[in-house]
Design a protein around this ligand. Sequence first.
Ligand code: 4AD
Ligand code: MG
Length: 476
Amino acid sequence: MTLNTVSQLLKETKPQNVEIKGWVRTFRANRFIALNDGSTINNIQCVVDFENTDETILKRITTGAAVHIKGELVESQGKGQNVEVAVNTIVILGDSDPDTYPIQPKKHSFEFLRENAHLRTRTNTFSAVMRLRSSLSFAIHKYFNENGFYYMHTPIITGSDAEGAGEMFRVSTLDQKKPPLNEAGEIDHSQNFFGKDTNLTVSGQLEAETYAMSLGKVYTFGPTFRAENSNTSRHLSEFWMIEPEVAFMDLAGNMDLAESFMKSVISYVLENNNEDLEFLNKRLLDEEKTKPQAERSELNLIEKLKFVTQNNFKRLSYTEAIDILRNSKPNKKKKFNYLIEEWGADLQSEHERYLVEKHFKCPVILFDYPANIKAFYMRLNEDGKTVRAMDILFPGIGEIVGGSQREERLEVLKEKMAALDIPEEELWWYLDLRKYGTAVHSGFGLGFERLVMFATGMSNIRDVIPYPRTPQNAEF
Ligand code: 4AD
Ligand code: MG
C-alpha cells in the first residue's frame, strides 16, 4: 500500500485501507489522535482501540511524536470531520518528550515561536503562512512564464552597489586582524579573494537590465541583502526580491505590468489556498477583537485580497500626494512624526499608509518622485527635477513595490553618476548598454516578504520567512 497524505484522505468518502505517517498534534481520552503531516491545515482524526493497544505504546503517543499508522478509513462517528481512521497498528517512529516539547497544544506568542522557529511550522498559523509563501512563489514564476519572461539568476556576490545607498555586507577572505594595506594605508583589496572589494547584492536590477537589453523580458527572484540598521516590522537584512525588467517599456507600461502581476499572484492564492486563507482570516479576526474599535480594519483578510484583485490601483504623482499630505488632518494637527512641509520631502511609512488606508482606501501607485530622493539610474523627466520612479503602496504594508523607467541616455546617466561620486570604472558594463543599442526600458522590485505579509495578514515580517535575519539576530 502506498502512503497517503492527510490532504488526500480528507477528500475521500469510500471506506478503504490506508497508511499514513505524521506528527501527533493532540491525543485525547487515550483514544483520539489528531494527526498532521503538513499536507493541509486540517488534522485527520485517528481512533485508537485502546483496549487492544499496548499500554507502553499508548504512553508514547504524545504531542509532537512521529507515528506510522495503518488502519481503515471510515465514516466518522463524531462531529467535526466526515472521515476518520480506525487504527489497526501504530508504530512510534520518533518519541517526543511531553515535558520539554516547546509546541504545546495551546496558544503561544509569536515572540516565543520565533525563538523556536525550527518547530514553529508545527503550528497551524506558521504551516499556513509557509504553504502560502510556497504558493505565492509558484504563482510568481507561473505569471512570468505565461507572459513570455525568462527567469534569470543574477549574482549574489557583486562589486557594485545598485541602489547607491552603501548599505552592503562585505564579502572578504582577508585576515580580519591584519588586513594587507596599500601605500595610502587603506585595505588592499587587490589581495582579496576576487581581487577587488565585493559585497552581497542589494538588488539584481543592474544585471537584469543587461539581459532585458538582449532577451527582451526577464525577471529575477532571489535573495538580497541590506545592512541597514532598521529594526522594524517591515525590514529584513536578508529578503527575497522579484525584479522584472523589460526592454522598450516605459513607466506607464511598468505600472500596468506591476498591477496585472500583483493581481494575478493574489488571485492565484485566493483560488488555490482557500483552507489556509480561511484559517488565517479567522486568526486575524480574533486578533483584531483584542484591539480598540478604531484600530480594527474595515475589511477582513479575504475581503482585502479580493479588493486588490477587483479594483484599479489609484495612480497619482508625488506632487499631488504632497499636496494631499500637506493639507491632511494628521499633518495640520502635528500627528505625523515627520511633518510634510515642502515639496521634496521623503515619504515615511506613516505618510504612505495615510494615503492608502485613510485617504484613498485602495492600493496606490505614486510616480514622478524628486530625483534627489531616488536612485541614480532612474530616468530624468523633462522638468529636470523629477524622475520616472514608481512605488506601489499597499494597505497595512506601505511600500511593497519600487521601480522606475531607467535612464537610457548615456550623457545624462554619466552626469548623474558624477554628481553622486559613482566611479564610471565600476559600472563600465552598465554604461555600455547606453552606448550599444540603448532603448527605453523599465522594471521594478517586489519585496517578496512584504507580499507574503499582505497575503497572510501577518503583521511582522519576521513571521513570514523561515529564518529571519535582522540586526543582532542570525539564529538557525
Ligand atoms: O525600493 P527598492 O530598494 O528597489 C530596488 O531595489 C530596485 N532595484 C528594484 C527594481 O527597480 N528592480 O526595493 C524593492 C522592494 C521594496 O519596495 C520593498 O518591498 C522591498 O523591496 N524591500 C525590503 N523588504 C524587506 N526588507 C528590507 N530591508 C527591504 N528593502 C526593500
Ligand atoms: Mg524603494
